[in-house]
Design a protein around this ligand. Structure first.
Ligand code: PLP
Length: 372
């Protein structure tokens, strides 16, 4: 199988990630037995490694979640009240839009360019006196187009508005620094390009921000109190953590650090350029997003003239053993912005394990489908 659905989750992972999953752990932070202490050490090590990847100076401000969706829900529902106003980019995933709708708050949509990029100026147009939060996806999960988060972060800071960035598609491939980028809340996927197992993700919460937790319960700390601890990460991490998953995530993050984000990115640009060039030479194909591989991630989406995107994706899988995704990718808002709400798109998404030969086979298969 040629796996080109890395935007959903990575399939190929460093072998150390799988090895970590088969180890046995005690319950982290629950008692003084050796097994528990060893589990706590792994959790702490992962918290430290992942924090340093994003320029988070105090690891306790990085909270583990089960995926990006949970991180985004914690940030949005933990912060936003009915009377608040929120600005989101028109390229957001349902894991941003649905929690906002659930809060009942008022929201405005900052519109993207036809390439899927949303500028700070566009966000600025929508600022109101009660705007509490600006949310932007860093890299679109449908076009791959990268948003200028540093400029948007500066805008938010100037206006004293909090800034939440959805880095589901960029953590592990693009440089991200919460200080330099003025990020107050950063949601990441562990199971995508950080190469951790499914069931992992996290949220950075800037010092001084206190969110309402999504859940209360046992934290292994201040157990004598009936109230949830008010300090991170315990405030947000009730219940037994996914120690095996986090141990695997640690190995994924170590792998990334060993290779270096700059090298990972360089390879991603190379592969993306190859894929885009190949597909743009195929008749009957519409490609989406910016033309420049420097301004996009390793997501390349297209449609074949009048063919349904899910049908094309299914054919790629069943006839050519290429795993990819058609349809709306849980992002109807983004598809509406790109004018593809009806058709969806066929999305090919690569990772560091993708080879040139796999890209060439995918181009050949798409060409065969498009011209038959
Ligand atoms: C941009 C974006 N945000 C959020 C999510 C949700 O991620 P998760 O599956 O980790 O909850 C995805 C999933 O693909 C995504 O692409």
């Amino acid at each position: 199988m040629i796996y080109l659905d890395n935007a959903a989750t990575t399939f190929h992972k460093p072998k150390e990630v799988f090895a970590a999953l088969s180890k046995s752990y005690g319950n982290p932070g629950r008692g003084g037995n050796t097994a528990s202490i060893n589990a706590s050490k792994v959790i702490y090590q992962c918290r430290e490694e992942i924090s340093s990847l994003f320029g988070v100076s105090k690891p306790q401000n990085f909270v583990f979640t089960s995926n990006t969706t949970e991180a985004l829900n914690l940030a949005i529902k933990g912060l936003i009240k009915k009377d608040d106003h929120v600005i989101v980019s028109g390229m957001e995933h349902n894991s941003v839009i649905r929690p906002i709708v659930a809060t009942g708050a008022n929201y405005s949509i900052a519109q993207p360019s036809k390439e899927g990029r949303v500028t700070a100026d566009e966000f600025e147009k929508h600022i109101k006196s009660n705007t509490k939060l600006i949310i932007a996806t860093h890299g679109s999960n449908i076009t791959g187009t990268i948003n200028p988060i540093r400029e948007i972060g500066q805008l938010a800071k100037r206006h004293n508005i909090l800034f939440l960035v959805d880095c589901a598609q960029t953590a592990g491939v693009l440089p991200i620094n919460v200080e330099d980028d003025n990020i107050d809340l950063l949601a990441v996927a562990g199971h995508k390009l950080l190469y951790g197992p499914q069931g992992t993700g996290g949220l950075y919460i800037k010092e001084g921000i206190t969110l309402t937790p999504l859940k209360e319960g046992g934290t292994g700390s201040v157990s004598e109190s009936l109230f949830q601890p008010n300090f991170p990460p315990d405030r947000y991490e009730s219940g037994t953590l996914n120690t095996n998953g986090i141990a695997g995530l640690l190995k994924g993050v170590e792998y990334i650090k060993k290779l270096g984000i700059a090298n990972i990115r360089q390879r991603e640009i190379l592969l993306t350029e190859r894929l885009m060039q190949g597909l743009s030479s195929v008749d009957n194909i519409t490609l989406y997003g910016t033309q420049s591989p420097l301004d996009r991630t390793g997501i390349v989406s297209f449609n074949v003239f009048d063919k349904d995107s899910v049908t094309v994706a299914t054919e790629l899988d069943s006839k050519y053993h290429i795993a990819c995704r058609g349809g709306l990718h849980c992002s109807p808002l983004a598809h509406e912005s790109m004018g593809t709400l009806k058709s969806g798109m066929v999305r090919l998404s690569l990772c560091h394990f993708t080879t040139e030969s796999e890209i060439d086979q995918a181009i050949w298969a798409v060409r065969t489908i498009a011209t038959q």
